[in-house]
Design a protein around this ligand. Structure first.
Ligand code: SAM
Ligand code: SF4
Length: 323
């Protein structure tokens, strides 16, 4: 099992397969995706080798992300290869879900275990204002289909923004009343490109937490291997609410994940100063040799991010790495 100098164990890999995205989320790619130079994203064979390597190191879960991962035509094959890797127990995806009803059957057929879909507003006009796309209805239909699929864990990610959804808690709660979905509010994070937007829009998850507690929501017990989300449940609601508060004290103490960029670099933290190049190793070395290089790199993992000091590392926006 991969372990760092602070005793944290890493059984979870976030694998970005592209940094291209078709949406223009205001906090991420407000001007849309721009291609600065040709990109040579990880191939299926490289992804297969990475999955085998990380499985050797004790990784049990792979989350496929981007950019928008569903823009890659070979996504079902990527899901299948990850899922068929001995040792990998769970394959998940994070997606904007713009064609979810069309894509879901092939993903399920490939063995997908869990899906996170991003929806920052349940108001179609505001959704369009945030993302640049009038796709809310399609995505909500896709979520209902995902909820009907047996054995698929469905979560919704909502980035908290003061001027957009900061006062929409009641609407979100009404939505999860009869839907067995886990809706997770994520505090807006500063990245290299979004400092002004961050200053205007960042709002702490504490306000939501207090409102939930006041309305009878209860904190769920956390498993030792659980990540940094705090979960809340309510006996009268089918859904759950999660809070991801990266600016809170000790957020990084439960870090259990590592990241690979779509160009094959290992990022020890979402906000690391740099990624570590693995691609030349993927071409020339065995999974066992690459695994020992990765183990050696773990000594470089820092105790936490330094977001509270406004240090965002090499991360210009989260489409680069997948969040
Ligand atoms: N395109 C896919 C999507 O939006 O679900 C996957 C990639 S996206 C970078 C992954 C998650 O990161 C999404 O839920 C998105 O809302 C979130 N995200 C992006 N930028 C963020 C930021 N600056 N702060 C907090 N969350 C962010
Ligand atoms: Fe695209 Fe996801 Fe970034 Fe929105 S958050 S622009 S959907 S990568």
């Amino acid at each position: 099992m991969l372990q760092d100098s602070f005793g944290r164990r890493f059984y979870y890999l976030r694998l970005s397969i592209t940094d291209v995205c078709n949406f223009r989320c205001q906090y991420c790619l407000p001007d849309g995706y721009t291609c600065e130079h040709d990109r040579d994203f990880l191939t299926l064979a490289e992804i297969e080798k990475l999955a085998a390597t990380f499985a050797q190191l004790g990784t049990e879960k792979i989350r496929i992300t981007g950019g928008e991962p569903s823009l890659r035509k070979d996504l079902p094959d990527i899901i299948r290869r990850c899922k068929q890797t001995p040792g990998i127990k769970q394959v998940a995806i994070t997606t904007n879900g713009f064609k979810l009803p069309e894509h879901l059957p092939a993903w399920l057929d490939a063995g997908l275990d869990a899906i996170n879909i991003s929806i920052d507003s349940l108001d179609p006009k505001q959704f369009q204002l945030i993302t640049g796309h009038n796709k809310l209805a399609t995505i909500l239909t896709g979520i209902d289909q995902a909820l009907a699929a047996p054995h698929l864990t469905v979560k919704v990610n909502t980035v908290l923004m003061r001027g957009f959804n900061g006062d929409h808690l009641a609407q979100f709660l009404a939505w999860v009343k009869d839907k067995p979905v886990s809706l997770r509010f994520i505090e807006l994070m500063q990245t290299g490109d979004n400092a002004t937007f961050f200053d205007q829009q960042h709002v702490s998850g504490d306000t939501i937490k207090q409102a939930l507690l006041n309305q009878g929501w209860m904190p769920a017990l956390k498993d030792k291997t659980a990540g940094p989300a705090q979960e809340f449940y309510h006996p009268e609601y089918a859904g759950k609410i999660g809070l991801i508060m990266p600016y809170s004290k000790d957020f990084c103490a439960s870090c259990n994940r590592l990241r690979i960029s779509s160009l094959g670099k290992l990022h020890l933290c979402l906000f690391a100063e740099q990624g570590h190049e693995l691609r030349h190793l993927l071409a020339n070395e065995t999974a066992t040799a690459i695994a020992s290089e990765i183990t050696a790199l773990m000594a470089d993992k820092k105790v936490s991010h330094f977001l509270q000091d406004r240090l965002t590392g090499a991360t210009k926006h989260l489409a680069m790495l997948g969040g």
